[in-house]
Design a protein around this ligand. Structure first.
Ligand code: RIB
Length: 301
């Protein structure tokens, strides 16, 4: 599968704590790490570790963080020739991990410079791909522009609208696969997917835009999707939750790698992959290989 990921590159500064601080309070953490992250990077690494041929389009600073991120992508066999190097710093995410969950503050840095010009420069790479994966840590105008080019050329557009912002109608219409969590689904559809009826409502609203595949990831509950007129649930795999960072990103990369085999297979595989990610610390380093996911799905039916 030839996949182009157009997305963010971040350096994650992570502190683990036993509880989140209150406003104005200083508390002690219990461990610090600098990790390679960014939703774009994590999704690219997930698809690459699971066997995809990935090209990354994005921007990183000419700083040490940028060098580290690019080395990480290359170590995962990802083609980095379409990454622009800028005088603005590489994106930084400050992450607090507390009992497995996290809070993230982002400084977009170079990610804000992923422009339509960068897309134009790399149009041939996009047109030669089977699928394009995007998230929203780069400018929404660029995502909308790239989705338009890819969709019109028959290249599948997979959109993960995180972090959520108001989505242009044009972007929704050019999206083939939409993978989102409950907060994002409520923001877009104005329906809270808290009951089966509301979940169907949400997915139908999104499908009315012409999106053929919608998957709602519901955290520990496991994902929900529709097949024909039926709503289907995939139970989450049991895992000891250490750090949920990059779990959603793993789901997206893994889903794309299996989507040709049908939605049920893709959702099951992606759920298994992300259950391994949550059991490990870090962002792209916590993502499993294909062998690890296969082993898990073989042992637990
Ligand atoms: O989805 C997880 C990612 O979100 C982190 O790696 C961090 O960089 C933020 O972008």
């Amino acid at each position: 599968m030839n996949i182009v990921v157009i997305g963010s590159i971040n350096t994650d500064l992570v502190i683990n704590t036993n509880r989140m601080p209150k406003i104005g309070e200083t508390i002690s953490g219990n461990g610090f790490a600098i990790n390679c992250g960014g939703k774009g990077v994590n999704q690219a690494v997930a698809a690459a570790k699971l066997g995809g041929n990935i090209t990354f389009i994005g921007a990183a600073g000419k700083d040490e963080n940028g060098n580290m991120s690019i080395k990480n992508l290359e170590n995962n066999r990802i083609d980095t020739k379409c990454i622009a190097r800028t005088d603005i710093n590489t994106g930084v995410a400050v992450i607090t991990v507390c009992n497995g969950d996290n809070c993230i503050i982002l400084d977009a840095g170079a990610n804000d410079l992923v422009s339509k010009e960068i897309i134009d420069r790399n149009k041939d790479v996009i047109l030669a791909a089977d699928a394009v994966i995007m998230q929203l840590e780069i400018p929404i105008e660029t995502v909308t522009y790239a989705a338009n080019i890819a969709h019109k050329a028959g290249v599948k557009v997979i959109l993960n609208p995180a972090p959520i912002v108001e989505l242009p109608l044009e972007l929704l219409k050019n999206t083939d696969v939409f993978i989102l969590n409950e907060t994002e689904a409520e923001f877009v559809t104005k329906v809270c997917p808290d009951t089966e009826e509301n979940r169907i409502k949400c997915m139908n609203i999104l499908k009315d835009y012409g999106i053929s595949t919608v998957v709602l990831t519901l955290g520990a509950e496991g994902p929900v999707y529709t097949e024909g007129s039926c709503i289907k649930y995939q139970k989450a795999y049991k895992a000891e939750v250490v750090d949920t960072t990059a779990a959603g990103d793993t789901f997206i990369g893994a889903f794309c790698m299996k989507m040709k085999e049908g939605i049920e297979t893709a959702v099951k595989y992606a759920t298994a992959a992300s259950s391994i990610t949550v059991s490990r610390k870090g962002a792209s380093e916590s993502i499993p290989t294909g062998t690890e996911v296969d082993e898990l799905t073989r042992n637990i039916k």
